[in-house]
Write a protein of this length. Sequence first.
Length: 337
Amino acid sequence: MHRSHVVIVGLLLLATVACRSSGGPPAGENASPAAGTPAPSGTLTVYAALTQANGDAMAKAFADAFPAVHTTMITGGTGPLVTRITTEQKAGGVKADVIFLADPTAMESIDGSGILSSYLPSAASKLPPGLTGKDWAGVLTFQNVIAYRQGISNPPSDWPDLTKPGLKDKVVIADPSYSGTTFGGAGALSATFGWQYFRDLKANGAKVEQSTNTVGTDIAQGMDDAGITLDSVVRDLTSKGAPIKIVWPASGSAPVPAPVGITADSGNSAAARAFFDWLLSPPGQKEMVTLGYVPAVPGTEAAALIPPGTKQLPVDWSALGSQKDSILKQFHDIFGG
């Protein structure tokens, strides 16, 4: 794969999304209800692949715009959330009103099971190609990057540096079966460098922890010198004074859009639509930046989050979706588990 831009083959549904009615008011400057439309109220449950702190902060910001809605954010890795969603569906219905994941392939699978409604905010038509699916839209983009502990003598600058002797037994990565963003990163890196890259990581003593947050914490606490995590994880740690640095790899970071959709079983579709609209509204997108996430809507200020000229690895989400079991098996055959 030698393209320099992100492609999502098989999800060429943006034109269809742009042409159809979203069925609700546009996400305007304040994502407020249309004139004469009652403001949404009641309870809203969101299953979100976020940290609990960021999920709570997002819910609080939404409450500032819609104080009559009480939002509960149930957070966790994409893998456990998908297991919960599919289990609930088999038991009679998904209990969330909104699903907010970190893996487009997982959301495509959920959508294919009939779990999502067809609602999309009108602002979804502004998103770049690849950030929408049939019944979902990406509201931010996670970036797989390298992190290292401040002060080490051999800081990495690109992905292959993590396999060098200077970082022997000092590298940590996350588990792609738990973390949707890590799955996207593993798919992009294996497509770019081949599975030999991960064999070299293993041979160099790299260890696997559950999540990207654990990776960041291990590095910040000096348990490891470097590893693969997310840009948002590093920003959060550095904001708290942790001695951790971010590296935008010379070969390119591995981007992962965060897909959001409303469940067909939602008991409060008005609040769910308001939340989805708000996420893609200017205030919602600014909140993404405040929380250290790269916003999805073009034009939202993000220059401070991604350095100009940063390369991004191509990610073929259609291929990753069809090869998911094989990719996870390859990874676990190398690292065990």
